[in-house]
Structure formats: C-alpha cells, structure tokens
Design a protein. Structure first.
Length: 269
C-alpha cells in the first residue's frame, strides 16, 4: 500500500512548468478514460446440460441457440453446451433435438454472469406411416405457409413481421394494445392480457412455435430481443383453429412464431 496523501502533497498536482490549461486537459483525458472503462459491460455466458425429462439421459446433437442473436451451438455426447459473449438482459434460449419437443426458456442474464443450469426436454413420439410423412408432414401447420393460410382465412387477428418491424414494440403487451377485443393492464412493470370477447374476460393460453408455453411465456415476452416471425391472436374459443384446441380451453389463444437462429428480422419486409 502506498504512502497516504497529506495536505499539500504535490504528487497528483501539476508538475513544475506545466500550464494550468495543460494540466486541466490531462485531467480531463484521465477522467474520460475512466468513464469509458466503467461504461464497458462484461458479457454473460450460459453453460448447461440437456437431459431427457423422463429418463434423465443426456441429449446429444441438439441445436442450442439464443434467439435473435445468431449464436448457436450443438450439445456434446454428455448433453453439455456453452454459449458466451451474451449481452446482459432478457434472452430466449431455444433447443431443438430430434425426437423431442422444441424447448424455450426465458433467461434473465446479469452483467458478467456465468449461468449454469440443466435443461429438461420432453420426448415427442413420432409415428411414421409409410410415405404419408412426405405427403402430409406432421408439423406442416407450423410452417410459414400455414401461418399465411390461417391469416387469409379471416379468423382471428394476425400481427405480421412488417407490423412488428413498424411498431417497434418492446414487449408482447405493447403489441396487444392495438388488437381489438384484447385488454392489456400493466402495474409496476407486470402486465396482464385478457380477452374481452370471451364471456369470462379470462387470460389466454400461449403457444411458442406451436407448443404450449403458458407457463414460460406471457405479456412480458421481449419483442426487442427476439426475432418474431408472426403472432396469431384468437380472442375467444370459437375463433381458435383445431391446431391450437386443447381440452378445457375456456379463453382465447396467443401464438408466437420465432424466426430461425441467425436470421435477421430487418431482412424481412
């Protein structure tokens, strides 16, 4: 530890023969450099292991991506993966693996945080019946073409990539404010979306890329961090198409579709 400063100490004062203006410029340069260092944010990282929810076996060869960032890796034979260089904030981690339903998680990353977590994947049984899988793919209703067909059917309310690009909304709740028959209430940063056309004025069910996501998605879903392909809003059960029907569905449905990892939303119209 250095010698403490005392009144009249000249170690940090101007040198003999230095003009006051030169000393002031030098001090300003030092302060500017300190501010620049302070402003730099440390990136965050995510490390994890993918496991089968039932058997707890590792899932290898899965594609793990941070949506809207272009960052993607594959899990190794032990189900492990690592993503680094992530800006702090809310991020969506998406995992796709053969034989499993697509998994999506909202992650709140602090500056410099190294998040370590296990992620469970739900096995999805696929029944292949000869060449029928080619003629009528099981997931055909999840394609962009199917989205357009539903949009042109006149049922529900649709928000396209162009709408999202023009409105520059920060969250899903911001987009819902312009949808007729949908009520959005926000208090202390927490938002609630209710379907006004439903007799119960209840909260909708959420889907993300065609899979139920009510407990992992919602009004605070970040639009500015994620590339969104489009959004479907069905304001009462009578509007909901067969693809989104579920036993006990009492309210409407909000379905969010994301673009593929690495795609740029600005490229789309």
């Amino acid at each position: 530890m250095g010698t403490p400063l005392t009144p009249g100490d000249r170690r940090f004062g101007p040198r003999a023969g230095t003009s006051p203006r030169a000393a002031a410029l030098a001090l300003a340069a030092v302060l500017a450099g300190a501010c620049q260092v302070h402003a730099q944010q440390l990136p965050a990282s995510v490390q994890g292991t993918l496991v089968d929810r039932t058997s707890r076996a590792p899932v290898d060869g899965a594609r793990v991506a941070i949506l809207g960032s272009g960052l993607a890796v594959s899990s190794d034979s032990a189900g492990r993966f690592a993503l680094s260089g992530l800006p702090a904030g809310v991020r969506v981690l998406q995992v796709r693996a053969i034989g499993y339903a697509t998994g999506s998680w909202l992650l709140q990353l602090a500056e410099g945080q190294d998040l370590v977590q296990d992620f469970e994947l739900e096995r999805r049984d696929v029944t292949v019946k000869g060449v029928d899988v080619v003629a009528q793919p099981e997931r055909s209703w999840r394609t962009e073409e199917a989205f357009e067909q539903r949009r042109l059917s006149g049922r529900g309310f649709f928000i396209t990539r162009e709408d999202i690009h023009n409105r520059r909304a920060n969250t899903l709740a911001d987009l819902m404010r312009v949808v007729p028959g949908v009520m959005t209430t926000c208090r202390s940063g927490n938002c609630v979306v209710q379907m006004g056309r439903s007799t119960r004025q209840c909260r909708p069910e959420y889907f993300l890329d065609g899979y139920p996501a009510t407990f992992s998605t919602g009004p605070n879903f970040p639009i500015n961090y994620v590339g969104i392909r489009g959004i479907e809003i069905y304001r009462d059960p009578s509007e909901v198409p067969q693809e989104f029907q579920r036993p006990g569905l009492l309210c409407g449905v909000i379905a969010i579709w994301t673009i593929e990892p690495g795609e740029d939303l600005d490229r789309h119209p």
